[in-house]
Design a protein around this ligand. Structure first.
Ligand code: MN
Length: 231
């Protein structure tokens, strides 16, 4: 049987230090997973269960070791950075116990959950879905994947984002409200997780707008950094 259009390309993350690739299936994202960020968004971090949204896999922007141009999206005047640890699943299933969850994680990358905050805020106000705010083209810049077999499962360490050399977001992976293992377990109660799924695990406080002409450097201890020039 012939496809009537060309097959859309499957996005794949490069594996750090090798020529291998990790093809991506779904991209799950957790909201408000660092207490200080939950507070800056006007929420109470102590009483909310985790919640998730999705980004289309083809909204990922693969970023190599060199600075990469990042296209400012249309229809926003308040485009925000959110630096996040991204977990990549090589296993999956349903109703995964927390104790087994990390066995399903292949590795980790630095990601940015870029957000048209004005559109997200409007959606929140009107009780509408977040897609226009969260799923812009190129809104998921992501670096190379570091296998857990090489670096382990990072549970602490600095996570930062700088704009034009000035640190704007800073946190520690240890300050996640819901750990990577808990996020995998929780999601698996609602979806059958599959190899190729990514989870953006939340952002520390300090989110803010970025403008054309500015440089973002996102860094996570043990995962290096990625650099984006907003154009
Ligand atoms: Mn986020």
């Amino acid at each position: 049987m012939l496809s009537v259009i060309q097959n859309p390309p499957r996005i794949a993350l490069p594996i750090a230090g090798s020529g291998d690739l990790f093809p991506v299936r779904r991209v799950y994202c957790v909201g408000r997973n660092y207490a200080a960020h939950a507070r800056e968004m006007g929420a109470d971090p102590d009483r909310e269960p985790p919640f998730f949204f999705m980004k289309p896999a083809d909204a990922l922007q693969i970023v190599g070791p060199e600075p990469a141009p990042h296209t400012y999206p249309p229809q926003t005047r308040n485009y925000h950075f959110e630096v996040e640890l991204v977990a990549a699943l090589a296993g999956g299933g349903s109703d995964i116990p927390v104790a087994d969850a990390l066995d399903h994680v292949y590795g980790y990358a630095i990601g940015l959950d870029m957000t048209r905050r004005d559109l997200q805020d409007e959606a929140k106000k009107l009780s509408r879905p977040w897609d226009l705010g969260k799923a812009a083209d190129h809104s998921g810049p992501i670096g190379a994947l570091f296998p857990a077999s090489a670096i382990g499962h990072p549970a602490r360490g600095a996570i930062t984002l700088a704009v034009n050399g000035e640190i704007r977001q800073t946190g520690d992976l240890a300050d996640m409200i819901w750990s990577v293992a808990e996020q995998v377990a929780y999601l698996s109660r609602y979806f059958t997780l599959q190899p190729g799924d990514l989870i953006f695990t939340g952002t520390p406080s300090g989110v803010g707008p970025v403008q054309r002409g500015e440089r973002m450097v996102a860094a996570i201890a043990g995962l290096g950094e990625i650099t984006l020039d907003v154009v």
